[in-house]
Design a protein around this ligand. Structure first.
Ligand code: 6PG
Length: 227
């Protein structure tokens, strides 16, 4: 596990963009899959990636999680990723097919089937964020999706947030590279718990993965030992 601490959010975005480009360029095969994190933190990194010298024509991007909302909804992670990056580079983006009359479980099954064609047996690079409750993707503490041992992508009901679709722990653990991108003092206490080996979802995802990089800014790393 690698931990890199950037000075501030702008430096974090720059470090993250460089790290992601390096992973994309080093990936084997003629196509490379890239799982995109949602939320607000990655936006600055995605905007920097627009102009990065990455092999975008070989990149197949997908969403490590999504809110069960229309694709043009302001809460949609896919909408954020399109506006910040995917509409500006010649890579593909596999979005969730939201239909008002479709159950989220059906949406997750369809996505998992379509995703298989992109990631094959092993996803190449997956970006993840973390909430101050230790959730990552839409794997929230105490929710059913944390117990999924077979499917790669499932619908997950999150009290207070509604239905989400999320990559599961089995899928995330098959990634060649997991990159956590975390900013802000609000995450510092949770980062300390995760690094001390807690059972929070982000810690469980990190613990079983092959190659994990934690990209933090100083505020998020403030409660970690300096050595
Ligand atoms: C989502 C994300 C989620 C996010 C964290 C951190 O759908 O919200 O995928 O896992 O990464 O909640 O969000 P911020 O970057 O906004 O703090």
């Amino acid at each position: 596990m690698t931990r890199i601490v950037a000075d501030n959010p702008a430096h974090l975005a720059s470090v993250a963009a460089d790290h992601i480009v390096a992973l994309l360029r080093d990936s084997p095969g003629d196509r490379v899959s890239l799982g995109l994190a949602g939320g607000s933190t990655p936006r600055a990194t995605y905007e920097l990636l627009r102009d990065a010298n990455a092999p975008w024509e070989h990149v197949d991007a997908w969403l490590s999680d999504e809110r069960w909302v229309p694709n043009d909804h302001e809460e949609s992670n896919g909408r954020m990723a399109r506006r910040a990056l995917m509409d500006h580079v010649p890579a593909t983006l596999l979005e969730i097919e939201y239909l008002e009359r479709r159950l989220p479980q059906a949406g997750a099954q369809i996505y998992a089937r379509n995703l298989e064609a992109i990631i094959g047996e092993r996803p190449d690079v997956i970006l993840l964020g973390m909430g101050d409750d230790g959730h990552t993707a839409s794997l929230f503490p105490g929710t059913d999706a944390l117990r999924e041992e077979q499917a790669d992508f499932v619908a997950n009901f999150v009290p207070g947030r509604g239905w989400r679709l999320t990559a599961t722990i089995p899928l995330l653990h098959r990634a060649r590279h997991l990159v956590f991108l975390i900013s802000g003092e609000g995450k510092a206490a949770t980062i300390r718990q995760v690094m001390q080996g807690s059972d929070l979802p982000a810690a469980r995802v990190s613990a079983g993965a092959e190659d994990v990089t934690w990209l933090l800014d100083e505020a998020a790393a403030a409660q970690l030992d300096t050595q």
